[in-house]
Design a protein around this ligand. Structure first.
Ligand code: ZN
Length: 410
């Protein structure tokens, strides 16, 4: 069957949604349950209903539009929330491409054997209590403690943010009970990197999604006078941090090539001109597509930090803030995506996703796959986020054909 998406309609949906939550700094600020998000939800609900799909929402605010009735559903979607001052394609492209696919199937009067369902997951960006609130609630990977104790990035507890929205901590925890039976999940997303663009490919078929380990760490030494304390008597927490950052990065680059390590946030205390830094707090983010490597990295990096601390007469502390396991996309999904891509004549590359996605969470309950399309200069989470519309058209056409295949068992 040769159905294609209607790019003009998909484009106008993306542009329309991008008007909701416009940030004066030029981008879009639409964190989940903000005024802008509630407006965007209303907009999406209307689009789903206009498409003739059956609309529903679960206790975590995940939104669904279903085509077809009984049976294991093939799910497609992503998220419509954004980071603060983010772009218009991250997440939205996946939800609206999914909606466009279902709309085309509906218009052509095609009735696949299995139901199809478009989904928009709540708070993928982690503005509330860690990444993937909605998809974690959907698969049952959230606990009450996290929801009660977690402080959102707006300084208020989640409970307060939910007030007046109709959602509660209880309803979020119960969302998993409303989960339909799922045959498979597909997510189209911008790449958020520059591999496809640099290599000249339109489509990325994701083979793995990297797992991550986020930690808050501190080296604690002693704040001394910068003019009077001899170098050999200092317990300088900044030098320990610098030493650790360099050695750890070198270790990853030489022994675990392909894995990632980032020191994104560093606070030096007391942070004054002439005082030896007595304490440094820093973030440590390391990722790998291999579970064994991720585990090895944790052991090696922590041992290295302890060693540096003891050599320099300091203490080292570290605690986990967030962690996810790497995910392998099942070969049967990669196989269908490859075949359909070849039939369409689109050049594709099989890639690893270094960023986390809802598909990673859904993979704990159903086969999940991803299609990447290039984004200009690899930029995302920024007003500068941009794509080539033809790439989106191709990605959405691949999505459409793959959905039909998965929903029509031989
Ligand atoms: Zn996203």
């Amino acid at each position: 069957m040769d159905i294609k998406v209607n790019l003009e309609r998909l484009k106008s949906d993306i542009e329309e949604l991008a008007q909701v939550g416009r940030d004066p700094r030029g981008g879009i600020s639409r964190p989940s349950f903000s005024q802008a998000d509630l407006e965007a939800r209303q907009w999406l609900k209307e689009k789903i209903c206009q498409a003739g799909l059956c609309f529903r929402q679960d206790g975590a605010g995940n939104m669904f539009g279903r085509l077809g009735e009984k049976g294991r559903a093939v799910l497609v979607g992503s998220h419509i929330d954004t980071v603060l001052n983010g772009g218009k394609f991250d997440g939205s492209a996946g939800v609206l491409a999914g909606l466009e696919c279902l709309r085309r199937i509906q218009e052509e009067g095609v009735r696949p054997a299995r139901p199809l369902e478009v989904v928009s997951f709540t708070d993928e960006e982690g503005n509330l209590v860690g990444d993937f609130l909605g998809s974690r609630a959907f698969v049952g990977l959230l606990n009450r403690e996290e929801l009660e104790q977690g402080i959102t990035s707006f300084g208020r507890p989640l409970k307060d943010i939910l007030a007046g929205t109709g959602f509660t901590l209880e309803s979020i925890l119960r969302a998993q009970e409303e989960r339909p039976e799922i045959e498979a999940f597909l997510e189209l997303h911008i790449e958020q990197g520059s591999v496809l663009e640099t290599e000249g490919f339109t489509i990325g078929i994701v083979e793995r999604i990297a797992g991550k380990n986020y930690r808050w760490c501190s080296f604690v030494g002693k704040p001394d006078h910068g003019g009077t304390t001899p170098l050999e008597l200092r317990r300088d927490a900044f030098l320990a941090t610098a030493d650790f950052a360099l050695r750890a990065t070198q270790r990853v680059a030489t022994r675990h090539y392909g894995s990632m390590i980032t020191f994104g946030k560093v606070a030096v205390h007391p942070g004054s001109f002439s005082v030896v830094p007595g304490q440094v707090d820093f973030s440590l983010d390391f990722r790998s597509a291999s579970p064994e490597t991720l585990e090895a990295l944790e052991k090696e990096l922590l041992a290295m930090a302890e060693d540096i601390a003891s050599t320099r007469g300091l203490a080292f502390y570290s605690r986990v803030v967030d962690r996810t396991e790497p995910v392998e996309v099942p070969p049967r999904l990669i196989g269908v995506l490859r075949e359909e891509c070849q039939k369409l004549g689109y050049p594709f590359l099989q890639v690893t996703s270094g960023a986390g996605h809802d598909a990673q969470m859904v993979s704990s309950v159903a086969d999940s796959g991803m299609i990447f399309i290039p984004c200009r200069d690899g930029i995302s989470h920024s007003p500068e986020e941009d794509i080539d519309w033809e790439d989106l058209e191709k990605g959405a056409n691949l999505l459409l054909r793959t959905l039909l295949r998965l929903a029509s068992p031989p």
